[in-house]
Ligand binder design. Structure first.
Ligand code: NAD
Length: 316
């Protein structure tokens, strides 16, 4: 018998989908037909199309309207986004990336109005995350939005009780050591910052080097600081993993497997990559193992959308 448990994203997302359904009902007086999410698809990528179909299905099962707008010519995407920003009947906008697969994609991302940015990719939201700012206004009535994949990982860690609610607010990860294998601007870097802002010591690993994100000794800083530990090497990774309570992977590579022997016995392992970054042998060492996170991410995306609707209504 295996000593630990595998926990599926569908189990973790359930309370959130129930919360979304309830909120959609509460919003009936102002959104009688349900809030409207528009997805823009301007590439031929079958994975993006599949993600769009899946988003649609989830939305519709929860009472949210979803409209996929497919563009044959990606050069018209910017104008289509700006038009959707102006359209009051649209509550949320998302783009299926890659579109140009270069820096222009980051520009397109910033074209989405922050009031409709369900993925939480607007610069303002990232800056709030990095600076540990939780609200959009001085009165602290409008909660900031978080990028949905890093937020999903946080919610997973809460579910797994890695977050300790007995600790003061904002310090729930005090004493925890985490390794995050991915430092992309979309997921890995904001995730490492979020965990460190909540009190963890985070080893952020990418293909080039390893960095340490912390709020300093005794959590003396209000937000995380970053220290370079050195170039990437197997030895350095192994050392960082020795005491790691949590290992999170997001390597976009089919052949990559995180070395099971680096996992401390009883550690928690989470993979957000679309590829299986852990070998099945991880189940022999991990106490809790979450092999995929997509279902929680989509719940966070829809949760973000309802928060945006509430924020917009509060401003009226
Ligand atoms: P990316 O290519 O922008 O970044 C990959 C990161 O992994 C980089 O920091 C890179 O240095 C690092 N990396 C690659 N190979 C490595 C190795 N051998 N050792 C250490 N680090 C290595 O990709 P991304 O946009 O962050 O997406 C990563 C994966 O996550 C993809 O599979 C993507 O489909 C998936 N993803 C999942 C969700 C979700 O909700 N589950 C959301 C977004 C992305």
């Amino acid at each position: 018998m295996k000593p630990g448990r595998t926990i599926l994203a569908s189990t973790i997302s359930k309370p959130y989908t129930e919360e979304i359904e309830k909120k959609v009902e509460q919003l009936r007086p102002i959104r009688p037909q349900g809030p409207l999410l528009v997805g823009f698809l301007a590439n031929e990528d079958p994975a993006a199309k599949m993600y769009a179909t899946w988003t649609q299905r989830t939305c519709e099962s929860l009472g949210i309207r979803y409209e996929l707008r497919e563009l044959e010519d990606r050069d018209f995407l910017e104008e289509a986004i700006l038009q959707a920003n102006r359209d009051d009947s649209i509550d949320g906008i998302m783009i299926y990336f890659p579109v140009f697969n270069n820096a222009q994609d980051q520009y397109l991302q910033q074209c989405v109005s922050k009031e409709k940015d369900v993925e939480g990719l607007n610069h303002v939201y990232y800056q709030n995350l990095y600076h540990n700012v939780r609200f959009l206004d001085d009165e602290q009535k409008l909660k900031s939005i978080l990028p949905c994949t890093p937020l999903a990982v946080v919610k997973i860690l809460e579910y797994l009780q890695v977050y300790n609610r007995l600790l003061p607010d904002g310090n729930h990860l005090y004493g925890k050591k985490c390794v995050v294998v991915n430092r992309s601007e979309i997921v890995g870097r904001p995730l490492a910052a979020l965990l460190a802002n909540d009190g963890a010591t985070v080893y952020s690993v990418d293909i080039n080097n390893i960095q340490k994100f912390t709020r300093g000794e005794g959590l003396k800083f209000t937000r995380h600081h970053v220290e370079d530990l050195g170039d990437y090497s197997e030895e350095l990774l192994k050392k960082c993993c020795q005491e790691a309570d949590v290992i999170i992977t997001g390597v976009p590579n089919e052949t990559y497997k995180f070395p099971t022997e680096y996992v401390k016995e009883g550690a928690t392992c989470i993979n957000f990559s679309s590829f299986k970054n852990f070998d099945d042998s991880v189940k022999e060492r991990a106490s809790l193992y979450v092999p995929m996170t997509g279902k929680v991410t989509i719940s966070m995306l829809l949760r973000n959308m309802l928060r945006l609707v509430e924020n917009r209504e509060a401003l009226k």
